[in-house]
Design a protein around this ligand. Sequence first.
Ligand code: ZN
Length: 439
Amino acid sequence: MIFGIGRRGDVDDDDEDDEDEVELVLFQGALNEKDPNLKENAKLLQAGLVRAKELVSDALSRRAEMIRLEPKGNAAVASFFVDGIPVPGQRMPANAALAVTQVLKLMAGLDIKVRSKPQSGGMNAEYNEVKYLIRVDTQILPAGGERLIVRAQNKAHRLETPDDLGFSDDLKAKIRELTARKKGLILAAGPPMSGVTTTAFAILRGIDGYIYTIYSLTDMTGREVMHIRRFEGNEDDDLPQTIGRAKRAEGDILYVDPLRDADFARLILSECNDVCIVSEMAARDASDAIARLVQLVGDPQLVAANLTAVFSQKLVRLICPSCRQAYRPHPKLLAKVGLPPETKVLYRATEVDPDELEDDEEPCAKCGGVGYVGRTAMIECIEATDGMRSVIESGGDAAAIKAQARKEKMQSLQSDGVRLVATGKTSLEELQRVFQSGK
Ligand SMILES: [Zn+2]
């Protein structure tokens, strides 16, 4: 369903006039297809629709990927996040913020009567002829009241494929090699909200779908991925039976729910001796994930025998190619960060405070003076080589696993980050920021 509502005072489909009005985002229907019931909610829409659209449009025009709207005293504050960095947003009277919150909940298919429980939903939207997927979450604040989190994703610029995420050619070849074994567990790991599912999808997309059959045994949450088919088992089957069916249906690679509890993790590890299974796990990074998995299942042998590899990622901002400044790095600096001594040039971002510009000066048109545009991922891959298996079997902790990975020169977040600096994709300053703020 498409409805172009939202011009001032106009709750109608007809919006072909008024060329000179500021372009506002179009809300194009909830993902769960719930009818917003425009007639019954006409009062609410009158109070908050234009403001909600203005807020979302403002965020999208500034390339924000997230809006956070929460009550602060008698008012409310909307903050934007651009490439993960908070930028000061706008203050809003409390009643206006409430109306905006309720309108966005309504448009995202959430229950507007519910104000004391967290909810999640989403909608399709369009702004300046670009299609967006907008996710809306509410969180309940300890003092009462709701915090609204709105995440916008440009459908054309998803960080989803190995290329979007900046996987190196070596890493892409590694994924093809590991999945071709048709056995073993491949994990995507990371802190919550760090893009773990994105990493898992990138791994799945890195597999040659023309050669291998990939089944998803879990909800794909509205993401269509070519070559990955949802495997529908029989309703009465338990998970081992469904996995058995998927294997008999010639599945080569199975994508399953995240590993959260011991029984499930044990089951997955014991099922992957004749099929490759891809899953996710919450952990600090790859070495932490392996140590946690051993602790969870309480059986180092089982993990060592069936784990193939663990991937984790950290996002880093891309330096703006239009206004970056080249400099010649000091040899001491190169040695310190582990760059080859023959490195001739590195780049620094130009960050401009818009308030300090002279009247005739304009900030960089590409990045608006931020110095960075978009993000890419640093990827870490720990592979269960023979050496790594013996570290796991002997009960090695995360530090021992990390040391072994370094010894075997496996790709780490740091080494991948340094590669991005060396190729001018990002700056040392940005790398430092990411690792300092990182958990
Ligand atoms: Zn720029």
